[in-house]
Design a protein around this ligand. Structure first.
Ligand SMILES: *Cc1c(COP(=O)(O)O)cnc(C)c1O
Length: 357
């Protein structure tokens, strides 16, 4: 062993979903949006003056923060933006989770949380979801160093009702509670943003990646009290002042300014989800009621890993997690109606081959 090896920080990284380079594929593995971003985003890109790239972008991300503040009817001092919500969440871990007591997040949840906890040396505990994959709010009514959970949860697709979210926040006034709302636009329930006026320990994180179809642009944001946002900015400026590129600021703002298109595509995805859930259940799958842009599905007659591999051979990509409790489930992103039809026909064929009667 070389002397310097002992000084290296060793971590087990997060494994992102595959991004295969195959033109004919149906890609339902990373919860991307099947529809393009708003038309105004394309116009903003075409109008972008490349001469402006000579200059550093606005470190305060004013153009985007203003557009978001207007859309959400909140103060500009209540919004922090970052390079996707992954960047925002990493900054949140650094800023708010500095207790010796463990932070809490569900055992089955976004698999980046334990990675950040390990990277930053934050102690953590992972209360188990119940047998129906629901968050048990009582598990969060104990001493802790902070709380984070996605709502709707991933990869289970299940929503925690607003009053339960509120109870978790209300019972933990001495720590920061972060609600990761990557999928909230696909739910029927209101966002925890509504609770911001009542609780100064709440931080809500959202992203342009799923409902706004812009994961390639990398934009996420946190919303909270001016005090929390100031703390986040102090950490950000200690790390990298110019996180948001000029295109991200301009294209992000253009997306926020086109609400009708946004509502329309989210509506289409919800309609396809409803139809796909019904069809999957008719094929014998059991799936929790989804509040997200994906379905979590398990079949009694065929192991999920086998289906995952068989679908891949047909260039249909879904997500499979080889983890306790969920290793017989597939996470299937909602695609276009045509893509879902191909998926459903393929699943039907694969299952009937396996079970010829
Ligand atoms: C997709 C996702 C994110 C991260 O999205 P970004 O592309 O980094 O904005 C964060 N949390 C959850 C639960 C997600 O599913």
């Amino acid at each position: 062993m070389k002397g310097w090896e002992k000084n290296i920080r060793r971590v087990t990284p997060y494994t992102p979903g595959e991004q295969p380079d195959c033109p004919q594929m149906i890609k339902l593995n990373t919860n991307e949006n099947p529809y393009p971003p708003a038309p105004g985003v394309r116009r903003a890109l075409e109008a972008l003056d490349t001469d402006r790239l000579r200059l550093y972008p606005d470190p305060a991300a004013g153009r985007l923060v203003k557009a978001l503040a207007k859309r959400l009817c909140l103060g500009e001092d209540q919004i922090f933006v970052g390079v996707g919500s992954d960047d925002v969440l990493a900054m949140c871990f650094l800023t708010f989770f500095n207790s010796k007591k463990p932070i809490l997040f569900p055992d089955i949840s976004y698999s980046f949380y334990p990675v950040w906890a390990e990277l930053f040396g934050v102690p953590y505990e992972t209360p188990a979801l119940d047998e129906d994959f629901r968050i048990r709010k009582e598990d969060y009514f104990r001493e802790n160093g902070g709380i984070i959970f996605p709502n709707p949860n991933a990869p289970t697709s299940l929503l925690l009702e607003s009053r339960d979210v509120e109870e978790i926040i209300a019972r933990n006034p001495d720590v920061i509670v972060i609600v990761d709302e990557a999928y909230i636009d696909f739910a029927e329930s209101p966002s925890a943003l509504e609770l911001l006026g009542k609780y100064d320990n709440l931080l809500v994180v959202q992203t342009f990646s799923k409902s706004r179809a812009m994961c390639g642009m990398r934009i996420g944001y946190a919303v909270g009290s001016p005090e929390l946002i100031r703390c986040l900015n102090d950490v950000k400026y200690s790390f990298n002042s110019y996180t948001m590129s000029l295109p991200a600021l301009e294209l992000g703002a253009a997306s926020v300014e086109e609400e009708d298109y946004f509502q329309e595509t989210v509506g289409k995805i919800k309609a396809t989800r409803k139809r796909s859930l019904k069809a999957l259940r008719e094929l014998g799958f059991s799936c929790p009621q989804s509040s997200a842009n994906f379905i979590f599905a398990s079949h009694p007659d065929c192991p999920a890993r086998e289906l995952f591999e068989a679908l891949k051979r047909e260039h249909i990509y879904v997500r499979y997690f080889s983890k306790p409790r969920i290793d017989n489930y597939l996470r299937i992103t909602i695609g276009t109606d045509a893509e879902m039809d191909t998926l459903l026909e393929t699943l039907q064929r694969l299952l009937s081959k396996k079970n010829p009667n």
